[in-house]
Design a protein around this ligand. Structure first.
Ligand code: PLP
Length: 248
């Protein structure tokens, strides 16, 4: 497998010219800094997760050369092909897509942060693999706040009970919450979702002192500035860096 080109290489549209990715990364960074400043936050408090699903190795390398340090993938299998090829201590990998329990072991091996825990069963599976591998598994809880088109995420009312139930999972570190709100024409329309997630995180920290939820994973290409104004600590950005994905 080592050295083999991932399948994604072939299905990529050739819309971005050489050197353009660097400019796009710099633009996104500037916009992150401006949004943080508007909200009275430190730009360093917002981490850029470059979502590289369906993006070729050569384009990902361009983003890494431009200083990207965190890559987000939404499929375990795709990451499994890419991680060995791009193997570098300077890069960390985040899983941003839905995770099936039968891929849990591989996910624990490949990823530094899993954004998409959405059941107690999955939490248990990840904790067990973490124990076997001698690794503390860092995760976020994906929350569904109503109206989302995605099928993953747990309902708001189930978040605090899930956090309580995770108390005894010694190899699981729950570090925050993630949301994927519905697409809306105007980013302002999703602000209430981001705000609700922040309030939920703060409430959870009050009542579940055993966890320290620092992260809010929210905001994508279309709406990351609004998310930062509402407290995002991780923004997941694909299109604004790599261009349109062919399958979208
Ligand atoms: C694809 C994806 C993103 C990035 O979306 P863009 O609109 O391309 O920035 C972010 N989060 C998740 C979970 C995704 O699947």
């Amino acid at each position: 497998m080592r050295g083999a080109a991932p399948r994604t290489e072939q299905k990529e549209a050739g819309t971005i010219v050489e050197g353009e990715i660097r400019a796009r990364v710099e633009q996104v960074r500037a916009r992150i800094a401006e949004a943080a400043q508007r909200a009275g936050r430190r730009p360093g408090g917002v981490e850029l997760v470059a979502v590289s699903k369906a993006v070729s190795i050569s384009r990902i390398r361009e983003a890494l050369d431009a200083g990207v340090a965190v890559l987000g993938e939404n499929r375990v299998q795709e990451a499994r092909e890419k991680v060995p090829v791009l193997n570098s201590p300077a890069v960390t990998w985040h899983l941003v897509g839905h995770l099936q329990t039968n891929k849990g072991k591989l996910a624990v091996e490949l990823f530094d942060l899993i954004h998409s825990v959405d059941s107690l069963k999955l939490a248990h599976v990840l904790d067990r693999h973490g124990a076997n591998l001698g690794k503390r598994v860092r995760v976020l809880i994906q929350v569904e706040l109503g109206g989302e088109t995605t099928k993953s995420g747990i309902r708001e009312g189930h978040v605090i009970p899930l956090l309580h139930a995770c108390r005894d999972l010694s190899h699981l570190a729950v570090e925050g919450l993630m949301i994927m709100p519905p697409f809306r024409e105007h980013p302002e329309e999703v602000r209430p979702f981001f705000r609700q997630l922040r309030e939920l995180r703060d409430r959870a920290n009050d009542v579940c002192a055993e966890h320290h939820l620092v992260h809010l994973s929210m905001g994508m290409s279309h709406d990351f500035e609004v998310a930062i104004e509402e407290g995002a600590t991780l923004v997941r950005i694909g299109t604004a860096i790599f261009g349109e994905r062919p399958q979208d």
